[in-house]
Design a protein around this ligand. Sequence first.
Ligand SMILES: [Zn+2]
Length: 134
Amino acid sequence: MGFLDRKSLFKVEAMLVKIQRGTLEFALNVSREMHPKEFIGKLRIIGDLITEVIIEPDLMFRYNYASVFFHMNPIDTTLKGCIHSHPDGSLKPTVEDLTRFFFGKANVIIAYPYNLSTVACYKSSGEPIKLKII
Ligand SMILES: [Zn+2]
């Protein structure tokens, strides 16, 4: 197995994360309810599957801005990402997303009008990842 092994190259290109339809629909509903405020939550990811969207009582909601206090978390190694809404309709991560919110394996943005075609997923670096709805 050499450095440029085809199999390992394919693995990198095929990076994707899966989400259960019900989990995504929950997040879409919360985004609609919060609009025009921003909603933010954390993602429980097991393997390559997003199993849960976690909304904690220490979240702050403000007009067009949401903040999470990560330092208040107990240690939970399955919390590997973040999900938040963009009431302005943009699916692109902002500088603030990249510097403050994005972490771990996958970060989901749900843009207005909050349906299955206005969802995007990124690595913590801001690089897009395929999000497969199962
Ligand atoms: Zn954002």
